[in-house]
Design a protein around this ligand. Structure first.
Ligand SMILES: [Zn+2]
Ligand SMILES: [Zn+2]
Length: 246
């Protein structure tokens, strides 16, 4: 499967870069994970948004859903008569009914609920969930490509939780919220680089991608801080259109 980073900043877009959004592809199947600010334009540069097969949303903070409405409008306005028969599936949790209801738009998209204990099949992928530590209900995803058994784990937004170690165990790629430099920030909300490095090391993941990045400072520093604990695999810093084959 192929992961393409569409947006990678935490909280708000800046310097021509958007917030959380990732395209995960398995052959001809295209799954959008979160739809942050500026992600639709970033997506359009690599894939016709009408070719998306499904969308998976971790939580309803704006930096993860800002472009969802315009994605729905794209499907509403740009689709030919023939294409209109298929609805875009948008998966989200139901612990916020108001936001969950917005996933459904008549003749355009259908909101589908996932639950913490689900083993959900979305096309070629199987997804399991972990509740994260965040001010609003939010879920991390462990996504297996059924055909190859390859694993992507996405922490979504979260403070440090010991549970990430078994959840990410032996993953091929860990895509982790690294919003803070070591020793800074409110780590009940997001993780710091050393915490992410610890998870990657103890879970024995093969590759670590730092994302949900802070707008200030030198993000290369995050890599050094994570590398102090995670020594056995590659560390990448998310950027627009970074492609990782898993
Ligand atoms: Zn966020
Ligand atoms: Zn959030």
């Amino acid at each position: 499967m192929r992961l393409t980073v569409l947006g990678f900043w935490g909280g708000y877009p800046t310097r021509n870069g958007g917030t959380s959004s990732y395209l995960l592809e398995s052959e001809d199947d295209h799954l959008l994970i979160d739809a942050g600010s500026a992600s639709l334009i970033s997506l359009e540069e690599v894939l016709d948004p009408l070719d998306l097969d499904a969308v998976l949303i971790s939580h309803y903070h704006y930096d993860h859903i800002a472009d969802l409405g315009v994605l729905q409008f794209t499907h509403q306005l740009k689709k030919s008569e023939k294409q209109r028969s298929s609805l875009l599936s948008i998966y989200g949790h139901q612990e916020d009914q108001e936001n969950f209801a917005r996933l459904t738009m008549e003749n355009v998209s259908l909101g589908k609920a996932y639950h913490e204990e689900d083993h959900l099949e979305i096309g070629p992928f199987e997804v399991t969930f972990m509740r994260t530590l965040h001010p609003v209900p939010c879920f991390a995803f462990r996504i297996k490509e059924k055909k190859t058994g390859k694993i992507l784990v996405f922490t979504a937004d979260s403070g440090y939780l010991e549970g990430f170690i078994p959840f990410a165990e032996d993953a091929d790629v860990l895509l982790a919220d690294t919003n803070f430099y070591e020793g800074t920030g409110n780590r009940q909300v997001h993780m710091s680089a050393d915490e992410v490095g610890k998870i990657a090391a103890e879970a024995k993941v093969k590759k670590l991608i730092l994302t949900h990045l802070p707008q200030e400072g030198n993000v290369e520093e995050l890599k050094h801080q994570a590398a102090a604990l995670y020594k056995d695999g590659e560390i990448l810093i998310a950027k627009k259109h970074l492609i990782v084959d898993i």
